[in-house]
Design a protein around this ligand. Structure first.
Ligand code: 2AL
Length: 255
């Protein structure tokens, strides 16, 4: 099985962290293809960053459809462009936030999300609601750590993440969801240190994509996840226009 993990920010060192976490979770026989977005923000920390990041993400997704990829993972905790990606994908596409929240809900009655900035916390709260997780998520905690600080071994990021995890556990969280792909390398260490399950969305998404592909389950092409309506796009985004599907083709496409 081939799983493509797309880091929708353009920081390659963060992709290396994500790739290591994905490979550590993958079953023997699963190949992880980890890529960095070709263009866009160096880190995704708000709605505007997210919106712009989706262009590079969709280009990588479309390329993946030509590379015989079985499933895709969006390795950013905002799950940017998730439904747009599903529209052009044949196999499953999972965001790391939804994967981590669902995984946490199987092993705890109330989990907490520990994320980066306060503004990102608000975005994660939107996701909790849109994934129907309000009953299961105790709270989203912000560390006020900028995403790229997670990439610097000498920064205080780990200390600040642990601090918020402990606060969440004191307030009743039974499990912790790490709210940034840049935290992927912390999960197994922190599980031991904190004494509760700590879930990294990258590993969670790898295992869930493996399960879906193993069961032969693909993205539904009925209703709003059908391939995009073919029409011209104009200006600098003309090449992103949805392509006509050849008869009998299962492959979607843009450009
Ligand atoms: C993220 C993430 O996972 N990658 C990124 O650039 N921004 N999310 C976050 N909550 O800070």
């Amino acid at each position: 099985m081939r799983i493509k993990v797309i880091n929708p920010n353009t920081t390659a060192t963060m992709t290396a962290t994500i790739a290591a976490a994905a490979r550590a979770a993958a079953a023997p026989g699963t190949e992880i293809i980890a890529v960095t977005s070709p263009a866009g923000p160096v880190s995704i920390e708000g709605h505007y960053d997210e919106a712009v990041s989706v262009i590079g993400l969709l280009q990588e997704l479309d390329a993946g459809e030509k590379q015989e990829i079985d499933g895709h993972i969006i390795a950013c905790f905002g799950d940017p462009g998730l439904l747009a990606c599903r529209e052009i994908a044949r196999g499953p596409v999972l965001g790391i936030a939804e994967a981590a929240m669902h995984m946490a809900s199987f092993i705890s009655t109330r989990f907490a999300v520990v994320t980066t900035l306060t503004r990102t916390r608000i975005i994660a709260e939107h996701l909790v609601r849109s994934y129907g997780m309000s009953e299961r998520c105790l709270r989203v905690y912000a560390t006020d750590v900028p995403v790229l600080e997670l990439d610097k071994p000498a920064s205080k990021a780990r200390y600040l993440v642990v601090d918020q995890c402990r606060k969440a556990i004191d307030e009743g969280a039974g499990a912790i969801v790490l709210g940034c792909a840049g935290m992927a390398d912390l999960a197994s260490d922190l599980s031991g240190e904190l004494g509760v399950p700590v879930i990294d969305g990258v590993g969670a998404a790898v295992k869930l994509v493996e399960a879906l592909v193993g069961l032969g389950l693909r993205t539904s092409k009925q209703g709003d996840l059908a391939y995009p309506i073919v029409k011209p796009y104009t200006g600098s985004l003309a090449s992103m226009a949805p392509r006509a599907q050849s008869k009998g083709s299962t492959r979607p496409g843009t450009g």
